[in-house]
Write a protein that binds this ligand. Structure first.
Ligand SMILES: [Zn+2]
Length: 387
């Protein structure tokens, strides 16, 4: 909360030229077996934490609670279930007030952390994020996504600061199923495919830097993901965890609101409206990258997009990311469900309109069912390669 005070002061002085940067958490503690040290840092922020989590609250009970007790912290805990929704946020604010919480600790995946960050902002309290998987960069960013109680994406909220403390404990991350890291890789590589489209022509120093970092992030993931997944807990695995949890967050922080998502996340948002979706955020986003590339290929004949899609299909096959609707468990959706999710993805305020061309509903639906199509004009490409 400290940076906000000065930001607020500034905003009264120069309201028109003010630009608040939310680049990074105040402090990041990273390593193995670090929770004892982390509890000391939490104690600096408050003495009555409210722990907000989901299914992984049980896992953390064993790891985190004894350490908080050692620090004589008087904690309570509550679940964000059923989702990071307005109803959950209201219930958690009540619990926090009843407990007289002076710091919020988010423990879990992206939704638990998004809920904790937003409750903390609403109550003007400091927030600590402790990710239990490498599935998103939510532990880092000053952004929360709000969903309906049924898990349909509603809107995102730009927060006034990044978390006060991020605790990245590799042992805790390793308790998550491998699938979570795979999804995190999908969400992280999307940064390049989306930022290069939305901000690739920017003249602004920090945005140019964010786009270049997104390319570096993609290359690290191309090079190290397979080895990391083969050896959880190894050095290369830690590097990939750092890439998905930390570097992806750096890019969001540097790029800010102008370095936005494009079609991959818009397609994700549309898919969350179909009932029965069981895939996780990064899996839907990974599929959404293929849809975005397919659109670039179909609508404006972009051959670079065509070859990027082939490169990704090979990478997805190696690490187990979904290549089509069937892989997402949505192989049996009806045409009207497909249309409904495409309509949501094309809503007037959707980031899909950051594509440098207009997309018709029929074109998006066609792209959504043809993510694995062979490259059109493939023979031409082969001939060119031979020349
Ligand atoms: Zn995402």
């Amino acid at each position: 909360m400290k940076p906000n005070l000065s930001a607020e002061k500034l905003s009264t002085q120069t309201p028109s030229s003010l630009s608040v940067l939310t680049v990074a958490p105040e402090k990041v503690i990273r390593g193995s077996q670090i929770l004892t040290e982390a509890a000391v840092a939490i104690a600096h922020l408050g003495s009555r934490p409210l722990i907000v989590g989901g299914r992984t609250l049980g896992v953390t009970q064993a790891h985190l609670q004894p350490i908080l007790q050692q620090q004589r912290l008087h904690f309570a805990q509550a679940s964000y279930a059923p989702d990071c929704s307005e109803a959950s946020l209201e219930a958690l604010r009540t619990i926090a007030k009843e407990h007289k919480a002076d710091v919020i600790i988010g423990v879990g995946g992206g939704k638990a952390l998004d809920t904790a960050k937003l409750v903390a902002q609403q109550l003007q309290l400091p927030v600590v994020t402790i990710p239990t998987s490498a599935a998103t960069c939510a532990a880092w960013t000053a952004l929360s996504n709000v969903y309906s109680d049924d898990g349909a994406f509603l809107y995102d909220v730009a927060l006034s600061s990044c978390p006060d403390l991020l605790i990245l404990d590799y042992d805790l991350i390793q308790t998550a199923p491998q699938r979570m890291l795979v999804a995190g890789i999908g969400d992280a590589i999307a940064k390049w495919y989306e930022a290069s489209v939305s901000s690739g022509h920017s003249e602004q120093t920090l945005i140019i830097s964010a786009v270049q970092q997104a390319r570096v992030l993609r290359d690290i993931l191309f090079q190290k993901s397979v080895a990391a997944l083969q050896e959880p807990g190894s050095e290369v695995w830690k590097e990939v965890v750092d890439a998905t949890v930390l570097l992806a967050g750096v890019i969001g922080g540097l790029g800010g609101a102008q370095c936005r998502t494009v079609a991959a996340h818009a397609v994700h948002n549309g898919l969350t409206q179909i009932s029965g979706h069981s895939s996780i955020h990064g899996e839907k986003v990974a599929y959404g990258i293929l849809v975005q590339l397919r659109l670039e290929e179909m609508v404006i004949g972009n051959q670079l997009a065509a070859s990027a899609r082939q490169q990704l299909l090979k990478f997805y096959a190696e690490i187990g990311l979904p290549k089509n609707l069937g892989d997402l468990g949505l192989g049996n959706i009806t045409l009207s469900e497909l249309q409904q999710s495409a309509e949501i993805a094309l809503a007037p305020n959707s980031d899909i309109h950051r594509l440098p061309f207009k997309v018709a509903l029929e074109q998006l639906m066609a792209a959504m069912v043809s993510t694995t199509a062979p490259v059109e004009g493939n023979r031409l490409t082969i001939m060119n390669d031979e020349l």
